[in-house]
Design a protein around this ligand. Structure first.
Ligand code: NAD
Length: 332
């Protein structure tokens, strides 16, 4: 039995979390949940954003499944996601984007995995504002060690999963120092994996190529801000934020999460699509070595997605979140 910390989150978080735990229970997955919440709701109830008990649970279990958390813009607390990623050095943000037979999109044949550096760059939290001069500086800190770790992780993943190519997206032509540092780290990692093709692309060209011919990409690695943007772009290519998985992985801890937000516009209405969180939970099962259970649930999910009417409204169906979960359970 694997003990896993479960963070339902805010907004639609509790609804999609319930769908996932119901499906796991029906499939008799050997996971025992330890529920600990964080975020806006937790703050309103207890005055704490990230309770100590949650951190203790994470440090003990080393694996968590997390729903979305509301983060106010420009004021208030710092993003809980960023806080957890930095505190526990969850330096890999892994985002697979794959075409699904039942989900209609403009593209076919996409199967790429994006590795976003998760702790550095413009998300380092190193910012100063000089009110007198009216100047704000946000530092794009990139380190040799951080770059080596994420690039190596992308190549190691490619080698382990029989992938053929790693593409680095960067802006070393303009952001000379930080960009070149990442480019050099990736070239260095590439020498350790001679069987994997390595290419680099400047970020603007990368965006154009991704919307023009996305099927050419296999494993993509990039810095924090570019990765944040590219990973949502890639989600859009395969059906949107409601259907793609995400994971924050460190050397000895991993937090799997739905990559969409807390969707306050549909919270509490039973309209939320649980696919993104379910797919993140399946990534977690692979991480825990429960490959058979992950494949069994994945087949039931794929079969459900083939019937639009059995899915939630964002996929063109009429099912509520819990009906969608029941439709998956019926196919297990
Ligand atoms: P959002 O992802 O919450 O919503 C964008 C749109 O997509 C909305 O119309 C929403 O209804 C829809 N949507 C999102 N997830 C869906 C799902 N599972 N099923 C059906 N429709 C879905 O983005 P936002 O509105 O920009 O952000 C809302 C809040 O979430 C903000 O406070 C933001 O900071 C936070 N956020 C959290 C995370 C996270 O915790 N990982 C990620 C992104 C945004």
């Amino acid at each position: 039995m694997h003990l896993v910390t479960l963070i339902p989150g805010d907004g639609i978080g509790p609804e999609i979390t319930k769908a996932v735990t119901d499906i796991f229970a029906a499939a008799q997955v050997p996971v025992q949940w330890e529920e600990q919440n964080a975020g806006q709701t937790t703050f309103d109830q207890s005055g704490e954003l990230i309770p100590n008990s949650l951190l203790k649970s994470l440090e003990k279990n080393k694996v968590a499944l997390k729903g979305p958390i509301t983060t106010p813009v420009g004021k208030g607390f710092r993003s809980i996601n960023v806080t957890l990623r930095q505190k526990y050095d969850l330096y890999q943000n892994v985002r697979p984007s794959k075409t699904t037979a039942g989900i209609k999109t403009r593209y076919e044949g996409i199967d790429l995995v994006l590795f976003r550096e998760n702790t550095e760059g413009l998300y380092s939290g190193l910012e100063v504002y000089d009110e007198r001069l009216g100047i704000a500086d946000s530092f794009n800190r990139i380190t040799v060690e951080g770059s080596r770790k994420i690039c190596r992780a992308a190549f190691a993943y490619a080698a382990k999963h029989g992938r053929k190519k790693v593409t680095l997206a960067h802006k070393a032509n303009i952001i000379k120092m930080a960009g070149t540092l990442m480019l050099n780290a990736c070239k260095e990692a590439a020498t350790e994996f001679p069987q994997i093709v390595f290419e680099d692309k400047i970020i603007d060209n990368m965006c154009m190529q991704l919307v023009n011919k996305p099927e050419q990409f296999d494993v993509v690695v990039t810095t924090n801000l570019f990765g944040d943007i590219l990973s949502d772009l890639c989600a859009g290519l395969v059906g949107g934020l409601g259907v793609v998985a995400g994971a924050n992985i460190g050397d000895d801890m991993a937090v799997f999460e739905a990559v969409h937000g807390s969707a306050p516009d549909i919270a509490g209405q039973g309209k939320a699509n649980p696919t993104a969180l379910l797919r993140s939970a399946l990534m977690m099962l692979h991480y825990l070595g429960e490959h058979d259970k992950a494949d069994q649930i994945d087949k039931a999910l794929e079969a459900t997605l083939m019937h639009q009417e059995e899915c939630t409204g964002d996929l063109g169906g009429q099912a509520s979140t819990s009906q969608f979960a029941q439709n998956i359970i019926a196919k297990l």
